[in-house]
Structure formats: structure tokens, C-alpha cells
Design a protein around this ligand. Structure first.
Ligand code: URA
Length: 279
């Protein structure tokens, strides 16, 4: 696409985003909305008129989640699970292929919201446990790696306390680009991005997934419930057991809750037969 056309489209995307219209992309394909935008750009129609046809199906952004045809969509409902497991030796290449497909992504408004680096995910492609956070912060955006700031240091300590190493686990986020001012991802941002996290999970196939915080839990499980009600029990996500615990950033703000988080991690350790460091 010529640079000029691209920047024109970018201006339209930002304009519609300001109007609260986000659904330019759906199911991995440019939605009709984008075609509408291109057509409108050609004939220079009053842009407010163009806003109406953008919502082409009943996808409604609501506070705290996206409703598609009346319900939040869990990772289990987002895509069929692959019939064949990727062999451990092929997982790094399979992850690289997903990363290449993401490329210099412009599929959602976060691409135009000051992102510096896309944070794909990091760790052992054959990891037994995968931690999923919310979205990159400033440090992650700068380095292109998940959980490398203060919350990341705490996560590293939690991982070590479990008797694991950071290199031995896999870490990713619901969205791969930093939301401005560290806000929670908008539903359309999460829904656009999670198609790739689903595939990362299907490649790594960890024994256990740990959802860090309410946002991760909500999108992974497709439920909007209090963190307290989701903790302490096993959930299922793409054929894998999933536990929910507090986000490390929350634990930094309220260290008294670290003991509660440790209970969650002990549940994970028991499931995985881990006894803690050096045991
Ligand atoms: N918080 C997150 O949710 N993810 C990161 O990668 C860093 C901070």
C-alpha cells in the first residue's frame, strides 16, 4: 500500500476510534468497514455519515468485555483446538511462524497509540507452565519482552519460589502492544490480538496456565467475575488446567495479598509436583 494511502487510512482509523468505533477487523480479515473507508476516502463523503455502516454485525463493546452474539467469548470458543500437537522440537519454529505472521501489526488501534515494540511472548516453547498477563507496560514496550519491569521482577520471584526458572516457563499477555497510559485493553483490542495467543497456547500446550489478574482471566475464560470468585479452583482453557491469581502489579500495590497469591501458586505446584526451590 502506498505510504500516502496508508497514512490516510491511519487518520481514518484514528478518527473513528475517537468516535468510539473500533471494529475495523474481524476474523483476521479487513472488515467491510475498511472497504467502506476506502470508498469514502475516494469520494470524500462527510465522514460522520460513514460511521453508521461500520458496525456490520452485532459485536458490542461493553464495559469489561466484548459481547459477540450476546456472550463473552472464551479462548475455548475462539477457535477449534488443533487435532495434532506440535512436537517439542518444532515448537520454537511454530512460534516464530506466528510471530512472523503478526509482523509489524496494524490490526487494531493500539498500533497507532504510541506502541514501540510488539511484545510477542517469551520463554521455553516446551514450558510446562504459561503465565498470561494483561498487556505490556512501558518497560516491556521498550524491550519487546513481557514482564521485564517492576511487576516482572516480582513475577520472577514468584516463579523462583515455585522452584522454576524464568527461562523454563512461557510468558505472554492478552494484548501484545502497550495500551496508552497502561489502561486495560479495550475489548476490540483484546479480541483482535487473542487469535495469536490462542495459537501460542496451542503450540506450547503447557500443563498449566496461570492467569495473572482479572483482565487475563476474563478474556481467557470468557467470564466477567470477581478475581476472588475465580481463585482457588481449577478452570479449563484449551485443554489445559488454568488457575487464576493476582496480577503482580496489584501485589506491588497491596503486598498483604502476596500470601493469597502464594496459596494460588501452591495449588499450581501441587498439580505439577513441584516442591519449591532446591527440593
Ligand atoms: N503487566 C502485564 O500485564 N504484562 C506485562 O508484560 C507487564 C506488566
Amino acid at each position: 500500500m502506498a505510504d500516502e494511502t496508508q497514512s490516510q487510512l491511519r487518520a481514518y482509523v484514528e478518527y473513528f476510534r475517537d468516535l468510539g468505533v473500533y471494529d475495523f477487523y474481524r476474523n483476521g480479515e479487513p472488515a467491510e468497514a475498511l472497504v467502506v473507508l476506502e470508498a469514502e476516502a475516494a469520494v470524500a463523503v462527510e465522514p460522520v455519515v460513514a460511521a453508521a455502516p461500520v458496525v456490520v454485525e452485532p459485536v458490542v463493546a461493553v464495559a469489561g468485555g466484548t459481547v459477540v452474539a450476546g456472550k463473552l467469548v472464551s479462548f475455548d470458543d475462539l477457535a477449534l483446538r488443533p487435532e495434532v500437537q506440535v512436537l517439542v522440537g518444532d515448537r520454537a519454529a511454530a512460534l516464530k511462524a506466528i510471530q512472523d505472521e503478526i509482523g509489524d501489526c496494524t490490526r487494531c488501534p493500539l498500533a497507532y497509540a504510541g506502541r514501540r515494540k510488539i511484545v510477542f511472548g517469551d520463554g521455553d516453547p516446551g514450558a510446562r507452565v504459561m503465565f498470561v498477563g494483561e498487556g505490556p507496560g512501558a518497560d516491556e514496550d521498550e524491550l519487546g519482552l513481557p514482564f521485564v519491569g517492576k511487576a516482572g521482577q516480582l513475577l520472577n520471584n514468584m516463579i523462583q519460589a515455585m522452584g522454576l526458572t524464568r527461562e523454563g516457563v512461557y510468558i505472554a499477555n492478552i494484548v501484545k502492544c502497550r495500551p496508552p497510559a497502561n489502561r486495560a485493553p479495550e475489548p476490540v483490542e483484546a479480541n483482535t490480538c487473542t487469535q495469536f495467543l490462542v495459537r501460542q497456547m496451542d503450540v506450547v500446550q503447557p500443563q498449566v496456565v496461570v492467569a495473572l489478574g482479572a483482565t487475563a482471566a476474563m478474556y481467557l475464560l470468557g467470564v466477567k467475575q470477581s478475581l476472588a470468585s475465580l481463585r482457588g479452583v481449577w478452570h479449563s482453557c484449551r485443554g489445559t488446567k488454568l488457575a487464576v491469581t493476582y496480577h503482580p502489579a496489584f501485589l506491588l500495590r497491596d503486598p498483604r495479598m502476596k500470601g493469597e497469591a502464594w496459596k494460588d501458586l501452591q495449588m499450581v505446584m501441587a498439580e505439577m509436583g513441584l516442591k519449591g526451590p532446591g527440593k
